[in-house]
Design a protein around this ligand. Structure first.
Ligand code: AGP
Length: 614
């Protein structure tokens, strides 16, 4: 996510305050930054820089070379357009009438850009933000209704999520704010006013804040904030006193980034699916560069990744082969690159990677390209090596993921792969339009279903705490459920350091069942109704050998309570989407085990967020 800071007052230089605030938002991850400062009614000065904040500080002599008492600042996490100085915020109109920064995603920015171009606007960047800024300018000039009216008209027209901080040439010393979905707070001092996308940015200056609600706007003047609704009517709001310390503020009040990111999953998958789902429920993959002809003609698919991304591949194999009826292989990148793979023209290789920098996955990409295969990256970091080198890229919009153990990026990758499978099936005549629209409609319900599962977290915490001293844990499942077990097992191992193993339920009796003894925890994942009875019988097998059983299955299978010691029901959904739901209790289980064992959840021993070495 991007970071926004704004500050206006009568005597303190704004730039150093903006830079300090942006430094408090660095934890959110970013690739470029910028500030816009205005000295009284002089022209606004804008300074931007690619890379770390330090570069912007050097360019502005720590803000001292940019005089003025009113300004806005931004750290950018790229979603539309490569990381670059040109794409960095703040963005401006040619006449500097409107200067603005934005956090969020404008889903219909292409159509808005066309509209503005038809009205004489030109564009210098690849960003959706520049479109938003120029749309505000367009309404401001067309209707002459002032800043709040222009913002209101913009909010009605824009689809997506946004937090905007805007300065208008005709209103020196003032900052205007608009919010939909992307969080934003306004802070007040004696004779100052602040705006920020997150508490840490202004905690040093004030603990008295307003939370900007959805579809609300605000006018900030020194020491004063006025709020308006979409009709332009003034809204009375109460201030809130922030009690958090700086560190817990960075985590949004959560104890760990991992828990914060588990909670961000509904937004992460909603943003990812909305980047390619059209309002009428179809799929538009044009942003990936893949053509319909290519999709119709691929002979097979090879998915290559590491770790949790490989688990996404394992899950997607079931979905792809079931829906598209085409051969799909899944390979560990560290194996793929040394096995002299049999690939060539007409083969599709999908590289899944959150960081886009994993050495083995990058090497596998290069190998696939050398062999003449078409390559597609499923990547979370815009402009990363895999994103740049793959023939095509489908960006997951999970935002920066700070915790080493992936959660929201994994979920966003799953959604991206499910969408690919659906579009492949549709274009290759394996799925009719009715079924496609039914599946995309069901996919849109997933964020709320995930939220429902997250709200059950206290039960999971109680269950996990019973096994804080476990030595070995087994996860068993069949089909897609087995792939979900792989991720549940890795989450547990990598953050709680408890040894665990994911096993195909039908394979247990071929040896591993000898390890089952009294008190061993076995977690069964049973979301695939056609395989439910078979896995349940495997659960009975291990129970008869003393195992403690936990079951994850769909609402409706209440008879499971006759067999397992603890169970979690997941909301009913299309069986192809079950991994997105069933993984939530598994993420929470691993998390609470690590917490119960007093471990460093966000930075587990021996691990790095991105494994850029072989
Ligand atoms: C998962 O929680 C781990 N952080 C790790 O397995 C990770 O998924 C793997 O290293 C791949 O990283 P990537 O997605 O950035 O390529």
């Amino acid at each position: 996510m991007c970071g926004i800071v704004g500050f206006t007052n009568r005597k303190i230089q704004a730039a150093p305050v903006l830079l300090e605030g942006l430094s408090r938002l660095e934890y959110r991850g970013y690739d470029s930054a910028g500030i816009a400062v205005r000295d009284q009614d002089k022209d606004t000065v804008v300074v931007r820089a690619k890379g770390r904040l330090k570069i912007l500080e050097e360019k502005t002599n720590s803000g001292l070379s940019v005089p003025g008492t009113c300004g806005i600042g931004h750290t950018r996490w790229a979603t539309h357009g490569e990381p670059s100085e040109t794409n960095a915020h703040p963005h401006v109109t040619e006449d500097m009438n409107v200067v603005g920064v934005h956090n969020g995603i404008i889903e219909n920015f292409s159509e808005l850009k066309d509209k503005l171009e038809k009205n004489g606007y030109t564009f210098y960047s690849q960003t959706d933000t520049e479109v938003a800024v120029k749309l505000v300018d367009y309404y401001y000039k067309k209707y002459q209704g002032g800043p709040i009216d222009a913002l209101a008209k913009t909010m009605v027209r824009v689809r997506g999520s946004y937090a905007l901080a805007i300065m208008f040439k005709d209103y020196p010393g003032e900052i205007y704010v608009a919010r939909k979905d992307s969080p934003m707070i306004v802070g007040l001092g004696e004779d100052e006013a602040y705006v920020a996308s997150d508490v840490p940015a202004i905690l040093k200056y004030t603990r008295t804040v307003y939370y900007v609600e959805n579809l609300e706007m605000a006018r900030l003047e020194p020491g004063k904030a006025t709020f308006y609704d979409l009709n332009g009517d003034e809204v009375k709001k109460d201030t809130v006193q922030i009690e958090w310390d700086a560190e817990s503020a960075e985590k949004g009040g959560f104890e760990h980034f991992m828990m914060k990111e588990i909670h961000e999953q509904p937004v992460a998958i909603r943003d990812t699916m909305n980047s390619v789902l059209t309002p009428d429920g179809h799929i538009d993959l044009s942003s990936t560069g893949l053509t319909e002809e290519q999709i119709r003609n691929f002979k097979n698919v090879t998915i290559v990744a590491c770790g949790s991304a490989w688990h996404v591949g394992m899950a997607s194999q079931y979905v792809f082969e079931d829906l598209v009826r085409m051969p799909v292989r899944v390979e560990l990148a560290s194996e793929f690159r040394y096995r002299n793979p049999i690939l060539g023209e007409g083969d599709l290789v999908i590289i899944i990677s959150q960081s886009g920098e994993t050495a083995d996955s990058l090497a596998a990409l290069r190998e696939a390209k050398d062999l003449g295969a078409t390559t597609l990256g499923i990547v979370n970091v815009v402009g990363s090596s895999i994103a740049r080198e793959a023939d095509h890229v489908f960006y997951t919009l999970a935002g920066p993921e700070i915790a080493v153990a992936t959660t929201k990026a994994y979920s966003a990758q799953l959604i991206a792969m499910d969408i690919l499978a659906m579009e492949f099936a549709y274009l290759r005549g394996k799925m009719d339009e009715k079924k496609l629209l039914c599946m995309t409609a069901e996919m849109r319900t997933l964020p709320d279903k995930i939220q429902q599962l997250i709200e059950d977290k206290e039960r999971i915490q109680w269950f996990a705490s019973k096994f804080a001293n476990a030595q070995d844990v087994f996860f068993i499942g069949r089909g897609l459920d087995y792939a979900i077990c792989l991720e549940g097992s890795l989450k547990m191992k990598e953050i709680s350091y408890i040894h665990s193993e994911a096993y195909a339920a039908g394979e247990l009796k071929h040896g591993t069942i000898s390890l089952i003894e009294d008190g061993i925890l076995v977690i069964g994942v049973m979301t695939q109704n056609d395989l439910y009875e078979k896995t349940l019988s495997n659960m009975v097998e291990v129970k008869s050998r003393g195992a403690y059983l936990a079951g994850i299955t769909n609402y409706g299978h209440y008879e499971i309570e006759d067999t397992v010691n603890f169970n979690v029901y997941i909301p009913k959904t299309d069986p192809h989407f079950s991994a997105t739901l069933a993984v939530i209790p598994l993420q929470l289980t691993g998390y609470y085990l690590a917490v119960a064992r007093g471990l460093d959840v966000d930075k587990p021993r021996n691990l790095a967020k991105s494994v850029t070495v072989e």
